[in-house]
Design a protein around this ligand. Structure first.
Ligand code: GLV
Ligand code: GLV
Length: 328
């Protein structure tokens, strides 16, 4: 059986793949496997080890004659046509939980960096502009005692809420469904989206990319935020209308934005958002700590090997497949 790995994964864990499996791994370290190569290699692959930068869409499934498992090294799976996989009895596995703390930490990092203007301050020093201490030099926003509004209260949101409570923030959340147990456990309060945007000093987007969340924040929504408030996105770029975010930021109707994700990735340095001093942008690194990425590789491999042996994956996106008799 053939396992296709679409990025160079440098990990000793790959040595644990039993010898009976043929492993085909993309060898150029700094780039993803080109689409044409993926379409060719998928034809006889039994499993694919993928990630957020591959589109595992209808065309890929059409080509794949032997595919049994898709393992994505991510929690999000909006780049995979899961419905199509399910129809064909192909399991889709992902890596939730192990990355929740890392992503929550990056949300905090972007909150702190934007609030305290860390990158602007560094650029100022680099450009040799610092001549004296100033009473309001790079005065930013306080975090302790302020209100955090979390959009999408899932695994990551709960951990972020706990961390935020630890620095004495009040925490609000909005979600498709109200979750009274979490409210009681974490001392957080539910708000509809509009109230959350109005009241929060920090708004962190954690809702997954779905048709329902597409552009859920546009000009009208951002305009509800306070001029001192900060927006952070560590989920998916498609949840936000970037033209509108640019407009709001350049009109100074919100204080700053910290962005890990973009509508089109990689974002190019001529993107309007990157011309603004009050935007801090990082390249989709929410889960990028060495220990977290090690665990994500481990779980993805495990998902794939289990799937190929006909066992249940550690984390399955489309559990319906287990009930289907069509499963190969
Ligand atoms: C990364 O964006 C992920 O979904 O894990
Ligand atoms: C600032 O450096 C202070 O001592 O308040």
């Amino acid at each position: 059986m053939k396992i296709l790995i679409t990025r160079t994964i440098k990990s000793a864990l790959l040595d644990n793949i039993p010898k009976e499996f043929e492993v085909v791994m993309w060898k150029e370290e700094d780039s993803p496997m080109p689409r044409a190569e993926l379409l060719r290699e998928i034809e006889d692959a039994d499993a694919v080890f993928t990630n957020v930068s591959d589109q595992i869409d209808f065309e890929v499934f059409e080509r794949a004659k032997n595919l049994k498992v898709v393992g994505t090294m991510a929690v999000g799976f909006d780049n995979i046509n899961v419905q199509e996989a399910t129809k064909r009895g192909i399991l889709v596995g992902h890596t939730p939980d192990v990355l929740s703390e890392a992503v929550a930490e990056l949300a905090l990092a972007l909150m702190f960096a934007t609030a305290r203007r860390v990158v602007e301050g560094m650029n100022y020093i680099h450009q040799n502009q610092w001549e004296s201490w100033g009473p309001y030099l790079f005065a930013g926003q306080k975090i302790s005692g302020k209100k955090l509004g979390i959009i999408g209260m899932g695994r990551i949101g709960k951990i972020l809420a706990k961390m935020a409570r630890g620095i004495n923030m009040e925490v609000l959340y909005s979600n498709r469904r109200r979750d009274e147990q979490t409210e009681a456990e974490l001392n957080v309060d539910y708000r509809d989206l509009e109230s959350l945007l109005k009241e929060s000093d920090y708004v962190v987007m954690l809702a997954p990319a779905t048709p329902e969340t597409y552009h859920m924040l546009g000009y009208e929504q951002f305009a509800l935020m306070k001029p001192t408030s900060i927006f952070v996105n560590v989920s998916r770029g498609s949840t936000v209308n970037e033209d509108d975010l640019y407009k709001i930021l350049s009109e100074k109707k919100i204080f700053a934005a910290g962005l890990d994700v973009f509508e089109v990735e990689p974002i190019k340095n001529n993107h309007p958002l990157l011309t603004l001093d009050n935007v801090i942008a990082v390249p989709h690194i929410g889960s990028a700590t060495v220990d977290t990425r090690d665990k994500m590789v481990e779980i993805t491999l495990n998902n794939i090997l289990r799937g190929l042996k006909g066992e249940r994956l550690l984390h399955t996106v489309n559990k319906e497949v287990y009930e289907l008799s069509t499963r190969k």
